[in-house]
Design a binder for this molecule. Structure first.
Ligand SMILES: [Zn+2]
Length: 327
């Protein structure tokens, strides 16, 4: 029995095969096209009869990233030829450069606010999404979005860039943040695999300190005041779960010196050297000790404490952290 993803891949391969068959008579390289068609037939045969996604040398599963980059892949990374491995590494490095180019500029000037962020992919590319957007003709406010696409690697990073384009486009049409998120969810539902979803926090911050936030199934952002911390609980499903998702806006005001901290579960769910999960409570405690600090000091304090807890070695997930402080 084939899985839903295999069905989708089979359909895509079938379409690719039909296009190639249509092109074979007009091509001056019919042998090359014939070989591509045979590769597709081999993959389609494996999807129907079992064995698709397994390395032909070691019979282990081929990495999801490799299959996402090339659905016809026949070998796991370990058993690729040196040339194939080199080509894959080059593609990944290019994907990383493209993704880094989508991030907001560091220390970007914001109306009435200061910002700092840390964006750390687990592998070459990340499924975390972070953006700061300035709606057209509005010098008094800005949009901020942080999200986490399920899974890791290339497939997640492609969906991350899709979210990036969606929010950038929708931000220009003057919708409220809940309607904007509803619209983005509908687009994401229509374009992503049914196995993928994205938790996300979207918000609009105004120069006067007014903030409106939607939390779609994401880790609760923390409001840091001199009097303590508050969290913004999730009030809707992650994007990509159901096309008619409805989202609720939370509104509040930050005074000068107060901050809003947003993060992905690469921070809150990091595993400690001696076991256990980092957790929201520990994060709130660290932040409480730094109320009023500039945003780069807040992100630095969080990362330093995470290193203490989890060790400074390789993390197990993409990690993103954004601090916004009313100036
Ligand atoms: Zn192998």
């Amino acid at each position: 029995m084939t899985t839903q993803i295999e069905d989708l891949i089979a359909r895509q391969l079938q379409e690719r095969k039909e296009r190639l068959e249509g092109a074979v008579s007009k091509s001056n390289r019919p042998d090359e096209i014939g070989r591509l068609i045979r590769d597709i037939d081999r993959a389609l045969d494996k999807i129907s009869n079992g064995g698709y996604g397994l390395c032909e040398t070691c019979h282990d599963s081929i990495e999801t990233e490799t299959l996402a980059a090339d659905p016809l892949a026949r070998y796991c990374i370990e058993h690729l030829s040196a040339a194939e491995r080199h080509a894959l590494e080059r593609d990944l490095s290019l994907a990383r450069q493209i993704q880094t180019g989508l991030l907001p500029r560091k220390n970007i000037p914001l109306p009435g606010w200061l910002s700092a962020y840390h964006y750390e992919p687990y592998g070459e590319v990340s499924g975390d999404y972070l953006d700061i957007i300035f709606p057209d003709n509005d010098l008094e406010s800005f949009l901020f979005v942080i999200g986490d696409v399920s899974g890791k690697g290339i497939a997640a990073s492609m969906l991350m860039s899709q979210l990036h384009a969606t929010f950038r486009t929708l931000a220009g049409i003057g919708l409220s943040i809940d309607l904007l998120t509803e619209r983005a969810n509908r687009i994401f539902c229509g374009a992503s695999l049914s196995t993928h979803f994205a938790t996300l926090v979207s918000g609009i911050a105004h120069r006067d300190g007014e903030v409106r936030v939607v939390n779609a199934g994401h880790c609760p952002p923390i409001v840091l005041r001199s009097t303590g911390t508050e969290v913004i609980a999730s009030s809707g499903l992650p994007l990509g779960i159901t096309c008619d998702g409805i989202y609720k806006t939370e509104s509040f005001r930050l005074e000068k010196g107060e901050s809003l901290i947003l993060y992905t579960d690469g921070l809150s769910e990091a595993t400690g050297i001696s076991g256990g999960m980092y957790g929201e409570d520990r994060l709130r405690k660290v932040l409480s000790g730094h109320a009023g600090d500039p945003p780069d000091a807040l992100t630095f304090a969080c990362l330093k404490d995470l290193d203490l807890f989890a060790g400074s070695g390789r993390r197990a997930d993409d990690l993103t952290l954004l601090a916004l402080r009313r100036g």
